[in-house]
Design a protein around this ligand. Structure first.
Ligand SMILES: Nc1ncnc2c1ncn2[C@@H]1O[C@H](COP(=O)(O)OP(=O)(O)OP(=O)(O)O)[C@@H](O)[C@H]1O
Ligand SMILES: [Mg+2]
Length: 370
């Protein structure tokens, strides 16, 4: 099935080769990330964590419309709507946009948000959910004194008979849902739960699990628009003379918003000059983008989460040229030859290798070109 498929990996090259052209980012860049939904926020219990869609956004209208349709129409049963895609593709951004859309805010009686992250703590997740609508501001301290079961019951009581939307941002382990499920009643009133995750099959085997919404990459035009807005703001436009180069730079970001944001952060430190941009466009490679702090941090998480045999397979991409498209069949044969593929009695090595590849694809760590 994968024999004629080309696999393309961009983001791990820096970790593999260790070489990175961009060492750190200007401070202004760091402020581009929405603080209210950052990874660290999951460990803090602060008010005002509810996501507010005030950032610059491009190209998400069609995606948002599709997700919103699933939220406000369809089955009356509770449904989990997973928003999935690779690191930095805009899952959290899309979830925020949907969460704050007026058709959603007026449809659901209750909307709650929590950031789960890789090492989740059940009590913290529950407290985040219970405190996320701001109504409990004075009761936060009391809630903190309750144990997990009491918090689960509080949440269940709160959701009971209400049409609710709860967002679980950045889900890595379905265990979080298995433990929380009893707090989510099914009153057949169209309640919905959004999971954002890098894993395509995150909710495939759980109760209420729906089809994943696979978020798309931005088109070159949208990428340029994002780059332009990040660099020149909403009002100003990119000077005509830099248009072509801007498009070239945008194209090299593979439609990945995080890469565009990172590149915009670096370009912002450079002169708006044709020669400077030309040089930058020429030198821009995936290694350069993924070598930046934010990309590294984001990708390290995915890497650390891999089982050992998949780490080996992923690192093997370093043997190829950067941005090279690799035939799936060839790649799997090489893995087998290198001894990365476990020999399992009664199973063909090719089939085991294909499972490995499907696993990496399911984790959205490689890009597939059909
Ligand atoms: N459509 C978009 N328009 C403008 N900026 C975007 C868009 N999508 C994402 N971004 C920006 O790209 C960066 C990464 O987006 P986001 O955090 O939503 O990705 P993610 O898929 O949730 O990543 P992760 O897997 O690490 O959680 C953020 O700075 C965000 O503001
Ligand atoms: Mg996210």
């Amino acid at each position: 099935m994968l024999a004629n498929t080309n696999i393309h990996i961009k983001h791990f090259k820096d970790q593999i080769s260790g070489s990175s052209t961009i060492q750190s980012l200007p401070n202004s860049y760091h402020s581009l990330r929405a603080p209210e939904v950052s990874q660290t926020s999951s460990r803090m219990l602060s008010k005002g964590k509810m996501p507010i869609a005030r950032e610059i956004m491009v190209g998400l209208d069609d995606e948002a419309a599709k997700v919103i349709r699933r939220l406000v129409r369809g089955s009356k049963q509770v449904e989990i709507v997973p928003i999935v895609g690779m690191a930095g593709l805009g899952k959290t951004t899309l979830a925020k946009k949907v969460y704050n859309d007026s058709s959603v805010t007026c449809y659901f009686h209750i909307r709650l948000w929590c950031t789960v992250s890789q090492e989740f703590n059940m009590k913290n997740v529950l407290l985040q959910i219970l405190c996320s609508d701001g109504k409990h501001s004075r009761k936060d301290e009391e809630l903190k004194k309750l144990n997990e079961n009491e918090l689960l019951e509080k949440l269940r009581q709160r959701l009971l008979k209400n049409r609710y939307l709860v967002v679980f941002d950045d889900v890595w382990d379905i265990e979080v849902w298995n433990e929380l499920r009893i707090a989510f009643p099914n009153d057949e009133n169209g309640s919905r739960i959004i999971f954002t995750s890098r894993f395509s099959n995150v909710a495939s085997e759980v109760q209420y699990g729906g089809e994943p919404h696979k978020i798309r990459h931005l088109t070159v035009k949208e990428s340029f628009k994002l780059l332009q807005k990040k660099l020149f703001g909403e009002e100003e436009e990119c000077p005509q003379a830099l248009h072509g180069l801007g498009m070239e730079i945008a194209e090299k970001c593979w439609g990945l918003p995080l890469a565009l944001v990172v590149v915009a952060g670096v370009l912002a430190t450079k002169e708006h000059d044709i020669l400077v941009w030309e040089k930058f466009a020429e030198s821009l490679t995936s290694t350069m983008v993924s070598g930046t702090d934010q990309c590294k941090k984001s990708l390290e998480l995915s890497y650390e989460h891999l089982p050992y045999h998949l780490k080996e397979c992923l690192l093997y991409f370093a043997a190829f040229r950067e941005d090279e498209k690799i035939g799936a069949k060839k790649l799997m044969r090489l893995w087998i030859a290198e001894g990365f593929v476990e020999i399992i009695e009664g199973e063909k090595s090719e089939d085991v290798a294909e499972k490995y590849l499907m696993d990496l694809i399911g984790r959205n760590l490689v890009m597939v070109f059909l």
